[in-house]
Design a protein around this ligand. Sequence first.
Ligand code: ADP
Ligand code: MG
Length: 358
Amino acid sequence: DPSGSTPTIRELDDRTVTQIAAGEVVERPASVVKELVENSLDAGADRLSVAVEAGGTEGIRVRDDGVGMDRAAVERAVEEHTTSKIDTIDDLEAGVGTLGFRGEALHTIGAVSRVTIRTKPRGGDTGTELRVEGGEVTAVGPAGCPEGTVVAVEDLFYNTPARRKFLKTTPTEFDHVNTVVTHYALANPDVAISLEHDDREVFATEGRGDLRSAVLSVYGREVAEAMRRVDGGNGEADGEGVSPDASPVESISGLVSHPETTRSTRDYLSTFVNGRYVTAGVLRKAVLDAYGGQLAPDRYPFAVLFVDLPADSVDVNVHPRKMEVRLNAEAAVTRAVTDAVREALLAEGLIRSGAPRG
Ligand code: ADP
Ligand code: MG
């Protein structure tokens, strides 16, 4: 209105605030799966299974044999900003040892779906079932269930139809789910992780702690047999007497494929920083550089590469949905990655020394 009156500023109600915030954490079924799998791993699970229906658009169930929760804990867990993992920002600065710490996943997932949690503490004698619908706890009571936790999410975005409309086809949504669970299975070979889609098993790792056997379960025999071991980095990076441009990398380990075992996308170049999957283009490029001219045009190898850095040289406190990471001394880190992968390939005679880099 040109007469100078200003729009009325209103305070949003809690429900609306939560539903808006939910969009930041929960974009699609794969983001729900990511949060639930991280919770299961943080709970110390030795086995965890993920089952989804219709790419996760109809249902998602994550079951673990972790520490479980008693009734008071599970009631608290679904509230806003409740976590058992950190107390203050100092804990984050010191390098958080858990995958989660924001205390918002269960709350926000519950705000945009119908959630049932069944959980029993290890060694406890009573289990609890709690239901949340659209942000309201609708039922809570004792339930017979095994030790550990099962979280079932149904009707994702039933109360936010605009968001539901943005879900893609079942195969596309399932692809995202598969990618997420694959990365956790590769990063945690000591945990038996399985994925089921519409009652069909997609993969199941054995959890014996061996990366090659996890790769075999996830990518199959041809790929597992083409993988070569990478083992590099400074070992002990105490910082003393190291030149300023030295890489802070403590270790670089994992598996990379023979230059002839490739795919047509970069999606199989998986990099993990301090155990966390990251989509770092610079790290993927560092791996590719090691192959020099040995890859056919537009072909990309497989890699499962773990880069360990001192906590103070990475920032994981970036956007929850993006799996990005900020690295100090990025150039030194990428050089160290290229060198470690190169060394592994050279040792096997898979690339020629002096092959052009990059
Ligand atoms: P965050 O993981 O950031 O702490 P969440 O909302 O994902 O926040 O979970 C809240 C809390 O609920 C966790 O801190 C944890 O104590 C508890 N919790 C969630 N999932 C599980 C699980 N699968 N097993 C045991 N405890 C869990
Ligand atoms: Mg969490």
